[in-house]
Design a protein around this ligand. Sequence first.
Ligand SMILES: [Zn+2]
Length: 172
Amino acid sequence: MKRYIEQLIEDLQEAKSYAPKQKAASEMTENEFMEELYEIDRIIDEEEDKPMYNIFGIDPQIFPPHEKLTDEQATLLSSKIIDLWAEFNIDAVYPVNFPLAKLYPLLVEKFKEPFLYFPMGMTDIEFCNCEPDKCPFGEEYCDCKELAENWEKDFEEFEKTKNYKNKDELPF
Ligand SMILES: [Zn+2]
């Protein structure tokens, strides 16, 4: 298994070299920037969701089942997958303290799901739909509850300012 994992890590490393080279928005001419906006529209209109295999050339079948790995191996593979995604401007969204070893099966699952890839900008990959009872991170780690509470607070604040204006209490 040790040799297999070393080979897998080499493959993930090699796949990084297929990442499209991308200019930062600040380095683009206005024309290049406009072209990129058109390209984003075109992708949304015309492209279909594709499995990650088509993007990285990595077949999800090659990832060993979670239960066959030590925590150390799963952690290592998770960090290599996150590295590879980052090279393609894909960002895995997970709670800061969530153990990478536990993240491994979630990452591998995403390899099997089709998704819409944008070579430009940043694409987030989310695991939690903000339904704490269904959250793959579990209640211990899920921060959806906090997020929902913050939204509620923001909304209340917003309602307050609205009332303030409605009551004709503006100081001018
Ligand atoms: Zn969650």
